[in-house]
Design a protein around this ligand. Sequence first.
Ligand code: ARG
Length: 467
Amino acid sequence: MAKMWDARFSKTENKRVNDFNSSISFDSRMYKEDITGSMAHATMLGKCGIITKAESDLIVKTLGEIFSDIESGKLLFDPEAEDIHMFVEEVLTSRIGDTGKKLHTGRSRNDQVALDIRLYLRNEICEIRSLVNSLLSVLIDLAEKHTKDVMPGYTHLQRAQPVTFGHYMMAYYQMFMRDDIRLSQTFERTSVSPLGSGALASTTYSIDRQFVADILGLSGVTENSIDSVSDRDFLIELCFDLSVIMMHLSRFSEEIILWCSTEFGYIELDDAFSTGSSIMPQKKNPDIAELVRGKTGRVYGNLMTVLTMMKGLPLAYNKDMQEDKEAVFDSVDNAKICLELFTAMISTMNIKTEKLREAASYGFINATDCADYLVSKGLPFRDAYRVSGKLVAYCIENKTDLESLPLDKYKEFSPLFENDVYEAVNLDNCVNRRTVYGGPAEASVKHQIALAKKYLKNTCICLRTYD
Ligand code: ARG
């Protein structure tokens, strides 16, 4: 096919070079956004009298037909086309001739691609936010069911202090809620129109940029034409947001993997989310959680790709920037599938609450409470800490625990111990005395759940749509 810039070039094209230059294999997924952006542009050209109303109408109508033909599979992408923008314009011109050639008036592919990727990503952000919100609801459900189920909380992966499974789930809720807020903020910065910035120096036609933004449901227009075509911050931000989501999913996956080992035995995954071994008949492997953990690496890698690709680019557009798409698309695709499957996996897992309690019972995770008991009897904390430590050492040596140690033994360590020490080291009491804001007591966790429900109810994932 003859190239659009044949007029300027004398040599014939080279297939290897063309293939290297082409992005249609991956940017064709933005066909809807490309066509919608072009419709808005053509409508504006007509309204401003830059082309006639009849021309504008014909372009818009034909773009609509091209869209339907792509959707129905009647029109296939031409692998020889340089990119989706050229492809759509070429098809348009082949269908309506000279009128089609007027579409690109006052526009460049540089502001066009910047618009397309913004439109595409804002849509994806909404989809990702709904997946995050589903995960948040599942976490709230799990938390609500387990506000009384005591389990050990860990530091250094050593049993530390008692919490509940509900409290634990709400910790993950907080992490993913921050992700949701971050995405909503990235959405705002993505939702502005760069169209009208042209190649970099805008245009001499008297266009109406705000009109285009309004048609597209964008909140405004970018402020500087050079920046508009050279900015990919919003895309890098999304790659970062998705990296943090994956980091959170990966930490959670790690816990799931540990928890379904025989050593922990806290949960059992539904068969649908596990696989067997080809050689060891007894195995039930947490592959989904492992894959989520594994895919975190590529999502981090994509962030590094776009950051490094942008580093050192002079203003304004440079072809290097074509490399942004495969990276961000890969992050979007992988984060979406991971969020979806991870949510389904944890909503179907079986939580073995008796195992959680058992683990909480044999790790001396009430040793701090034993020290706090002595503090309540007047001993300074540091001294109380030492007494409690000696008691733990004694229990370990004699294979017993703080709940079962007889009172006369307690008294050998400190005369301050009375019968009420058993209440102090009782696990449920240990948890429920921690009524501090944010703490594990049932009342505190219920408050966290109430706030979470309010957040989910009020948060808005709205895409002002365009037709
Ligand atoms: N395919 C290009 C990209 O993704 C579109 C913009 C091309 N602009 C240009 N001046 N060559 O970046």
